[in-house]
Design a protein around this ligand. Structure first.
Ligand code: PEP
Ligand code: MG
Length: 372
């Protein structure tokens, strides 16, 4: 067994020496971050902050989104701030010295709000039984009905939420900034980056970016600590890929969200890929593997190539990675190498495979060149 371990280490060492792309991990807890680091991750390419708003914190998120007035919303945001700050301190500590890309909140709304059907049934039952309707429940039902969406994955998510809920972006950015200050004061080397999700249009990014800059300046002025957090964007909608040239005027890095890009390019629901038609499509050979697993070069891959070319035409040397599931898929890793990405980011357990394939892709490209 020890010989096998030695062989694995030798091969991984060779792959690391050969590869051009960095390998980061998608993680949102200090435990996952530490595990990713042990597997050789060179940073966190995607920290999904929505996972930090579940469990006990759901009621605060609900209060923030459904607040009656500014006061109620501010109270919810103030309660969330120290929790978020502690989350970020933990992750930055686990990844000390390495980049950590923290993405602003991107939940499909239905994951946070009470279930409309359940709530309606409860209120209707009270009414049918002649019970005095619970005022809170009636109000909640009205609010949830107002916010209800038929297609939450195409609804009030990502940057859209940040633009319509006052104070949300500021709270998250303040938590990041204060976590950076805390880590620096503790003698650490925090490398936080801030990423905006689900951008369609450069105007959305500009508005959020201005708010991010204001908050960073405020925290920096208040603490006397310099905060140089790069601010970048996800490219995960076809429109963003096609207009990447103008988005790159403002964005300091791109991260390709190939999960949403696959969903929106094909028009297939990410949440329903197990649906009957998908296996029929595989059986009929319409595709060999699920496009959610392996990058579809002719469609989604073309949009990736366009985003890379347009982005770097505007901003030469623009740092570009991928953080969709494809970042840990062997065949897709080869495609990303060929496309000139700087890094792939995948789940911690796939980091070794991504390192290996990134090395193989680089060697294959060198051999092909020598052959020519
Ligand atoms: C993506 O869409 O590829 C992505 C990484 O973001 P999420 O999976 O969180 O939507
Ligand atoms: Mg996404």
């Amino acid at each position: 067994a020890t010989q096998v371990v030695r062989d694995v280490h030798r091969v991984m060492g060779q792959a690391d020496e050969a590869r051009r792309m960095e390998v980061r991990a998608n993680a949102d807890t200090p435990e996952d971050a530490a595990r990713a680091r042990r597997f050789g991750a060179q940073g966190i390419g995607l920290c999904r902050t929505e996972h930090m708003f579940l469990g006990d914190r759901r009621s605060l998120v609900e209060a923030m989104i459904l607040a009656h007035d500014d006061e109620e919303r501010e109270a919810a945001l103030n309660a969330l701030l120290p929790l978020q700050r502690a989350d970020f301190i933990g992750i930055l500590e686990a990844m000390d010295g390495l980049p950590v890309t923290i993405r602003l909140l991107d939940p499909p709304l239905h994951e946070f709000l009470p279930d409309l059907t359940e709530l309606s049934v409860r209120v209707a039952r009270d009414e049918a039984l002649g019970r005095q309707p619970d005022l809170h429940e009636t109000e909640l039902l009205a609010a949830v009905t107002r916010m209800h969406e038929a297609n939450p994955m195409l609804g009030l998510r990502g940057v859209r939420l940040g633009l319509v809920v006052p104070g949300l972006v500021a709270m998250q950015v303040r938590a990041v900034a204060e976590a950076v200050v805390a880590r620096k004061r503790a003698g650490g080397d925090p490398q936080a980056e801030i990423m905006v999700p689900l951008v369609d249009a450069v105007e959305e990014f500009r508005l959020v970016r201005a708010e991010v800059a204001r908050v960073l300046e405020r925290v920096s002025a208040g603490t006397g600590v310099a905060l140089g957090c790069p601010v970048g964007t996800m490219i995960e909608l076809p429109r963003a890929a096609l207009t990447a040239g103008s988005i790159a005027e403002d964005a300091e890095f791109f991260s390709l969200g190939t999960n949403d890009l696959t969903q929106t390019t094909w028009g297939f629901s990410r949440d329903d890929v197990e649906a009957a038609f998908f296996s029929a499509y595989l059986d009929k050979g319409i595709f060999q593997t699920s496009p959610f697993e392996t990058i579809d070069r002719e469609g989604v891959g073309r949009l990736v190539e366009i985003a890379v070319a347009e982005g770097r035409a505007t901003r030469p040397g623009l740092n570009i990675g991928v953080c969709g599931e494809h970042g840990g898929d062997p065949q897709s890793v080869h495609f990303f190498h060929d496309t000139g990405l700087d890094y792939v980011s995948c789940s911690p357990f796939r980091v070794p495979v991504a390192r290996l394939e990134a090395g193989r892709a680089a060697l294959r490209a060198t051999e092909a060149q020598a052959g020519r």
